[in-house]
Design a binder for this molecule. Structure first.
Ligand SMILES: Cc1cc2nc3c(=O)[nH]c(=O)nc-3n(C[C@H](O)[C@H](O)[C@H](O)COP(=O)(O)O)c2cc1C
Ligand code: SF4
Length: 419
């Protein structure tokens, strides 16, 4: 059995609009238990679980929690990143639509551990259904005493508000999100200080992804050590994969870390329609690397993905069969980043525009050897010098195709011998 359902376990079993259903299936038990624990002990369990953030950067969650908990400045905030703007990712939407209280419970436990009394969920503007399901769930939780003042008679106060994004991809980046929450244009800040020190309204802020928070009740419930038995040496727990592209069964699948990409495509996705050959797979989303079929034995694991200077991202696996050309994909990706760059720093603002022009030359077969060299050097400069993750990761797909599909570029160069 390839799948391991931990945070998706309740999906087919409960009515997401019924808090009673959630409670009958063990919901809010972890919260009740956590409220009787010492705050440091909760963070210690998260440390033992070795949970790393599921929003893309894979940062150890307990370090962020400790960072916020030790700050004396008040108020402290808990912010859930539900922006999910990376093309190819849709797992947070399913988590919010199918089990909204799991996210809410995870946020309350986190807030208790880091001594925060106010939480926000920053949700992608297009996510109407998850937004209304979550709002309903928050209202129900408040009525039943899980949110608001004196939660479950513990003396702890915490409440959550939902704020909607306006369709900008960069607003998923932590500081751009914080600026947007503050009512300003969504642009990153220079780090340090980090959000744990000076985040929302310059106050200590624990900002995590939907899937990260969804794991918290399970860590409290089973204990950190037991949680850490799932997965691989570097990557503990499960990962929800958003599988899309040329597969017979696209969708979300929860797997333990360590499953090969090939098994996800062939066994869970049931292979390609008409059993065509897989040409390439993009990992993580538009900002992730594109690898050839022979590399799909690679297992899904944070450390292995770091070999390509990339992270697992948020877990997208986008499959493209042999009808596709790398430039079909590269053109769309370049247009996307050129459009989404916020313009604050030069390498990303100008670099994405120039990269798009260079890719268009290859698409039109008007390119030269010099263009190839320019793509390579520009992509590296952008990766190294852009201010935030958008500009740093915008060239990842290009750099990976230059490495694994170089002939596709060379074939499009006009008269290479005359250059
Ligand atoms: C351009 C850009 C977009 C991002 N979009 C998201 C997003 O939609 N959701 C998300 O959780 N993290 C996103 N991130 C990562 C966040 O900056 C941050 O690392 C993450 O929300 C932290 O949560 P985690 O520790 O639970 O992973 C994005 C980063 C960048 C650079
Ligand atoms: S890297 Fe791009 S998105 Fe990020 S601050 Fe610079 S211009 Fe804006």
């Amino acid at each position: 059995m390839l799948e391991k359902k931990l945070i998706t376990a309740r999906f087919d079993k409960i009515n997401p609009l019924s808090i009673d259903d959630y409670v009958e299936h063990g919901g809010y038990e972890a919260l009740s238990f956590a409220l009787g624990m010492e705050r440091v002990d909760i963070i210690e369990e998260v440390k033992k679980s070795q949970l790393r953030g599921r929003g893309g950067a894979a940062f150890p969650t307990h370090i962020k929690m400790m960072g916020v908990a030790k700050e004396e400045d008040e108020p402290r905030y808990v912010v859930c990143n539900a922006d999910e703007g990376e093309p190819g990712n849709f797992k947070d939407r399913y988590l919010m639509e199918n089990d909204p209280h799991q996210l809410i419970e995870g946020m309350i436990i986190t807030a208790y551990a880091v001594r925060a009394n106010k939480g926000f969920i920053y949700i992608r503007g297009e996510y109407d259904k998850p937004h209304s399901v979550l709002q309903w769930a928050i209202d129900e939780a408040r009525k039943k005493g899980y949110l608001g003042k004196n939660i479950l008679d513990s003396g702890f106060n915490f409440d959550i508000e939902i704020r909607s994004g306006a369709g900008s991809y960069v607003c998923g980046e932590e500081f751009a999100l914080i600026e947007s929450l503050e009512g300003k244009p969504g642009r990153t800040r220079v780090k340090p200080p980090f959000p744990t020190q000076e985040g929302l309204f310059q106050k200590p802020t624990m900002l995590s992804n939907v899937e990260t928070f969804a794991n918290l009740p399970h860590i409290v419930d089973m204990g950190g050590e037991k949680f850490a038995e799932i997965g691989t040496e570097s990557s503990k727990g499960t990962k929800i994969i958003s599988l899309s592209g040329n597969v017979k069964k696209p969708g979300i699948y929860e797997i333990p870390f360590g499953v090969p990409i090939r098994d996800v495509i062939e066994q869970l996705g049931e292979g390609t329609p008409a059993d065509r050959k897989v040409k390439m797979v993009q990992l993580g989303g538009a900002s992730g690397p594109i690898i050839p079929e022979y590399m799909t034995d690679l297992t899904i694991d944070f450390d292995r993905f770091e070999n390509f200077d990339s992270k697992t991202g948020a877990g997208a696996v986008i499959v493209m069969d042999d009808r596709f050309d790398v430039f079909d994909i590269l053109l769309r990706i370049s247009e996307f980043f050129e459009h989404e760059s916020c313009g604050k720093c030069t390498p990303c603002r100008e670099g994405n525009l120039q990269l798009l022009k260079l890719v268009e030359k290859f698409v039109d077969r008007q390119s030269s050897e010099k263009d190839l060299a320019n793509i390579e050097s520009l992509a590296r400069v952008m990766h190294q010098t852009s201010l935030c993750g958008l500009g740093q990761s915008a060239p990842t797909a290009l750099l990976s195709t230059l490495q694994y599909f170089r002939n596709d570029f060379v074939d499009r160069i006009e008269h290479p011998e005359s250059q």
